[in-house]
Ligand binder design. Sequence first.
Ligand code: SF4
Length: 281
Amino acid sequence: MDSRLPKPSREKLEAWFRYYNDLNFGEFYIDRRTMGKRSVKPPAIGAQIAEPAISLTARAAATASRIGVLPASALPVIQESSLFEAIDRRVEGDTLELIRENLGECTRCRLHKQRNKIVFGVGNPRAELVFVGEGPGHDEDIQGLPFVGRAGKLLTQMIEAMGLTRDDVYICNVVKCRPPENRKPEDDEVATCSPYLYRQLDVIAPKAIVCLGGVAAQTLLKTKDPISRFRGNWYDFRNTKLLATYHPAYLLRNPAAKSEVWKDLQKVMAHLGLKSKKTSR
Ligand code: SF4
């Protein structure tokens, strides 16, 4: 997309392209871009400096239409000075046991002060599918297990609707200790804890990662965009397909969004070659 367009117009157009892409009009979008009816001059250098992420978005969206996956760079990336920093290399010979051992009785960020138990993660260490949430809540903090409260029960139903059990998948969070009053984890807490999540994902090496809610997706995709901007699309995370959908806690407050989540999960099922026992929710 021409980065010289005013930002509001660009965003509106991008939203429409995403909408048509969701409706499988991807080829329509590609053809329009590649028909070459007019040559577009490269944007002025000043424009590139002002809005580099948007042109990335447009290029990546075109690629996505073709191959069905968006690189994380399709989203406006946050600045390098951001606190969302995580390891950028795989740890040789890493294991989940070693990661848990390294974590120890962690006091690396302020979240340790009020926690009862570290919630490391649970499930199949060779899972093809990993769910990543935001952080433990009250029940999780007590039990030391992820997604065991009301939202967890809904997640279990979602997993079962996919024809799987909790033992088939792996479930973990961005931060391993409960934020007080279930607030969102702060940037520095995410930055401190998320390298352990990266290591977990590297070790498990799933075929698909489903981010539950904005924080998980924003952490792994290194963006501050709201989840409404990228929910339901495939992205690349270290050569693994990643899709973000709504957090089950959000669904408890907004049951009408369940159908959207089910559509997202059906995309995951198609990718994993799963057949559901249910046809709808
Ligand atoms: S949230 Fe993570 S980094 Fe912070 S204390 Fe808990 S385990 Fe350590």
